[in-house]
Design a protein around this ligand. Structure first.
Ligand SMILES: Cc1ncc(COP(=O)(O)O)c(C=O)c1O
Length: 366
């Protein structure tokens, strides 16, 4: 029997996923909603996230293996492969699992034309309207559409593009005008909006692709936060204090002595480090909750530990609960976006990077 595990754990809040999905529906009332569950449901785990997202109209992802896992959960509804297939034999899996897939390049049309299938495939033809990542250039789009439409392997052709700046100052108008000009007289359902576009731009869609918003992170933080958008954290990373230290003025903390106490100061040592997925780039002052009360980190994040200021928390000690992000005791909330900002990154990266050694469970907010 091994001893006690390290006290760190991650919780996935299914009721918050359901709530946030409801926010997507409210913001796009005329559209059906894909819950984007790529990257193992943005680090939450497909199976755990599914429990909160089963009310979605469909699931969008990249990996055939993840699609298989959704079918194993008995999801019979639509599944969309956002990058389409990577090689011709993937089309057999699409046929077998009934997957819808993006078509973004002419090679994928060639593969479809050579594919033997009983049931024609539903495809989403992707336009590169300015992001310059995937998709047909506007000038090539209509001929790709005509080619696909003529294939017996193809059922319905839907139209799709992706925005580069829905969260920012440049906005979506420049891409939207390209998309509309090219597709205005083409039949088929449209899918354009990601989370930022859903929340910030009232674009007509038949299908929206809601990713980060369902995971309780504001796509346009710090301009807006989750409270503004009515979103709830869906993941809590929590641990406990495993030691305390009393610093005298001039004492330093951690590797590189990056923090020097200016006065007598009590600090706590948390069982959480960069090997758990907590970003090493978080400098002194990164917000953290101890017993549900806000304080800040001090010094460098180590592999397995980090230090927090306990001067505002005279009663905290070994065993005190530490919330690295998400939901703390007594309804306290520390949005993942604030921690991400302190690390110079975005909530997406943190939630996707929780390390495999951190036990992750479905659980209600403490
Ligand atoms: C094509 C596509 N659609 C939708 C999304 C979801 O984006 P978000 O998580 O910002 O809602 C992504 C994610 O990057 C994507 O690549």
């Amino acid at each position: 029997m091994p001893g006690m595990p390290r006290p760190i754990q991650a919780l996935v809040h299914c009721e918050a996923l359901t709530h946030n999905l409801g926010r997507a529906r409210a913001a796009a009332p005329d559209a059906r909603v894909w819950a984007v569950v790529k990257a193992n449901a943005y680090g939450h785990g497909i199976e755990r996230a599914f429990a909160g997202l089963r009310g979605a109209d469909g699931f969008a992802l990249l990996d055939l293996e993840e699609a298989q896992r959704l079918r194993a959960l008995d999801w019979r509804g639509p599944i969309l492969l956002l990058e389409g297939v990577f090689e011709p034999r993937d089309l057999e899996t699409c046929s077998r699992l009934g997957l819808w897939h993006v078509v973004h390049c002419s090679e994928q049309i060639d593969w479809l034309a050579a594919h033997k299938t009983q049931a024609p495939h539903r495809v989403f033809l992707k336009m590169n309207s300015g992001m310059n990542r995937l998709g047909f250039a506007p000038a090539a789009y209509r001929s790709a559409w005509a080619r696909l439409n003529a294939l017996p392997q193809v059922d319905e052709v839907s139209l799709m593009t992706h925005f580069s700046d829905a969260d920012g100052a440049r906005g979506v108008a420049h891409q939207l005008s390209v998309f509309d000009a090219t597709t205005h007289d083409l039949p088929g359902e449209r899918s354009l909006s990601n989370s930022a576009a859903v929340l910030r731009h009232g674009i007509k869609n038949d299908w929206v692709r809601a990713g980060i918003l369902v995971y309780g992170s504001a796509p346009d933080f710090p301009e807006q936060d989750i409270a503004h958008w009515g979103l709830q954290p869906t993941m809590t990373l929590r641990s406990r204090l495993i030691a305390t230290q009393m610093l005298q003025p001039g004492d330093t903390v951690g590797y590189g002595s990056r923090y020097t106490a200016a006065q007598a100061q009590r600090i706590g040592i948390v069982a959480c480090g960069y090997a758990d997925g907590y970003p090493r780039h978080c400098g002194t002052g990164t917000p953290v909750l101890v017993d549900g009360q806000r304080t800040g980190t001090v010094g460098r994040v180590s592999m397995d530990m980090l230090a927090v200021d306990l001067n505002p928390l005279p009663h905290a000690g070994i065993g005190s609960e530490v919330t690295l992000w998400g939901c703390g005791p007594q309804g306290a909330i520390l949005p993942i976006d604030e921690v991400a900002q302190a690390a110079g990154t975005i909530g997406y990266e943190l939630m996707c990077a929780v390390a495999a050694r951190v036990p992750m469970h479905v659980g209600t907010a403490p």
